[in-house]
Design a protein around this ligand. Structure first.
Ligand code: PGA
Length: 268
């Protein structure tokens, strides 16, 4: 697991956007796994601005979102489909027909889950899977005790997640208790996993993910077993790590190595 510690949240977004841009420049028809929540918003803003400047294009991209509330219609303003349209898809040159979000209003959610898995496989798998992390260590809606080999399925939300997300719903408004989420096994098949976290409230989850045992109690800890995961955090989210300086040192070494490779001075 590569852990990159940046000064603040805008720097986290810039670092993440750089990786997406490189992927798009290398492979315009990339497949992206995308996430909702507050954390990815600045990254999406960076990518929108890059698209407007003509540096990148999403015209050949296909995307699969991690999760969706069950029992919310796609047009409901708090659905993750509506979030993605509003915050990202409507502001870039992606063909919305190529943007997939699990269907929270499917007549048969169980069939919809296996169809979602099949669609990811038919697209050739996910090149970059973007993730946030819950305060309880969830990724997607894979809450603590989730099977680490799970596939896309219906998942019950914990009280903590419902409370964390209550701010988006009006008082007295129906708030879903169930979701459809990619499983941890599904996420683990992405070629690159990029997890972003900012703020003090994520510090414990980041410590558990990076240093703790691989455990269903911290679903994100499964990423310790993924061969290509980059965790990009700000100082606050990194503040409970035992040895943040080590990760900063590794990053300096990595950047120096990259510079040598780019200037072709690396001894072959
Ligand atoms: P947040 O959510 O980005 O709004 O903190 C992250 C998550 O719950 O996965």
């Amino acid at each position: 697991m590569k852990v990159v510690i940046q000064d603040d949240s805008p720097a986290v977004a810039r670092y993440g956007a750089y990786i997406f841009r490189e992927q798009l420049q290398k492979q315009p028809a990339s497949v992206f796994g995308l996430a909702t929540g507050s954390t990815p918003l600045s990254l999406y803003r960076e990518l929108i601005n890059s698209t407007r400047r003509g540096e990148i294009s999403f015209s050949q991209v296909r995307s699969f979102n991690l999760d969706e509330y069950m029992d919310l219609a796609p047009q409901h303003p708090q659905s993750y489909r509506a979030f993605m349209d509003r915050e990202f898809f409507n502001q870039i040159d992606i063909d919305t027909a190529n943007t997939m979000v699990p269907p929270g209003d499917a007549a048969n959610p169980l069939t919809a889950c296996s169809e979602y898995e099949n669609a990811i496989a038919a697209a050739g798998g996910i090149d970059i899977q973007l993730l946030g992390i819950g305060r309880n260590g969830h990724i997607g809606f894979n809450e603590p005790t989730s099977c680490l080999a799970s596939r896309t399925r219906v998942k019950t939300l914990t009280r903590q997640t419902i409370d964390d997300n209550a701010r988006f719903f009006d008082a007295g408004e129906f708030q879903p208790q169930l979701s459809i989420t990619m499983g941890i096994g599904t996420i683990m098949e992405a070629k690159l996993v990029m997890l972003l976290a900012t703020g003090k409230s994520k510090a414990k989850a980041i410590k558990d993910m990076v240093e703790g045992p691989v455990s269903a109690w911290c679903p994100a800890s499964a990423l310790q077993m993924h061969p290509s995961t980059v965790v990009i955090v700000d100082e606050e989210a990194a503040s409970e790590l035992s040895d943040p300086d080590f990760f900063k040192h590794i990053e300096q070494q990595n950047q120096a190595l990259l510079a040598r490779l780019k200037s072709r001075r690396y001894p072959s």
